[in-house]
Design a protein around this ligand. Sequence first.
Ligand SMILES: [Zn+2]
Length: 411
Amino acid sequence: MIVREAKLLNATKEQYQALDEAIRTAQFIRNKAVRYWMDNSGVGRNDLYALCKVLAQEFSFAKKLNSAARQASAERAWASISNFYTRCRKGEKKKGYPKFKKHCRSVEYKVSGWKLSEDCMYITFTDGFNAGAFSLYCDKETREDLFRLKINRVRVVRRADGYYAQFCFDADRKEQGNYTGNVIGLDLGLQYFYKDQNDNAVVYPKYLRKAEKRLKRQQKRLSKKHRKGAKPQSKSYHRTRKRLGKLHLKVQRQRKDWAIKLARNVVASNDVVVYEALKVSNLVKNHNLAKSISDAGWYQFTQWLDYYGKIWDKAIVAVAPNYTSQDCSNCGHRVKKSLSTRTHSCPHCGIKICRDTNAALNILKRGMEVLGMEWQNSTQGHWESGSEDRKHGEKTASTIEGKPEIASGFL
Ligand SMILES: [Zn+2]
């Protein structure tokens, strides 16, 4: 599924308020559905659909929301309920009991309740909230897709800098990829964003680091202005809060553009890409800011690897990360080392290479095993072919810092 985004512009204050009301109503229905599930036993998805009808009869504002959008809200509630069930079944520690939402930012329409103009320049919301017509501000690719593809869902999202419409398309994009015969194993790390088996490193760009620092500073400024228990908070608090929201948005977009571009590069120049599978549950636990930011970046990056792999029909493999940095890539001997040990030197076979390169080699080896492919792991050979690859790697690394050429419309 592809998601494309357009900003909703050129509308009156009342129109945006109508969107807000629709979002609030969607939240109301979702919360009511969760409450209904809590209070009654044996509630299934269909019971929640039935509840939508009852709510529409009971509350005039609920009736205003398009009926399919009401159902979509109930589906949201059901998603959190069924995820909870799945976690229980798996016996996970954190069950994640469904909660009520306070700050929903979006409402989802299906195929009704909205209408695109013939030229796809405007969208009109036609349900009871009467939000009316908005002009769509988006890039060329998005506009083409609006013409070309069947839209399954439209989501209205409120962000710090305005309102957006997200269009979900079902089309599976397939393109002719060019095959290069190259394989790559990626070790995702803190010092480098990743390092591959040929010792090429890609570093996290400076402008993103700086932006994140700015974010941290602004966050501090905000918490200084926060008065505990005060209602309402001061004007300047809210001003800062809004500014922080916009900054978050900007950094988020920059990070995403960078991850997309890098992933696109990696998949385009390799036929097989192997990376370490990251445990998402581990990501959430992390309280170290620097670490959590790069974790989020890796996760996004690996998802884009998968995405481009699908488009160009290439093998993208995620392998278990156990012992990838400990085992010797040359002889398989397990060499225990702490996080601060930067080189891997094996007492068994005498090899001495960068710790991350060693891990990348192990990762690649595992991936090839998964694929059932032969891959000769002779470090000697790698150093020879390495010089050529390294030039190539540098080229990739330097283009990444430039302006992204891919639209940020995908998800
Ligand atoms: Zn060894």
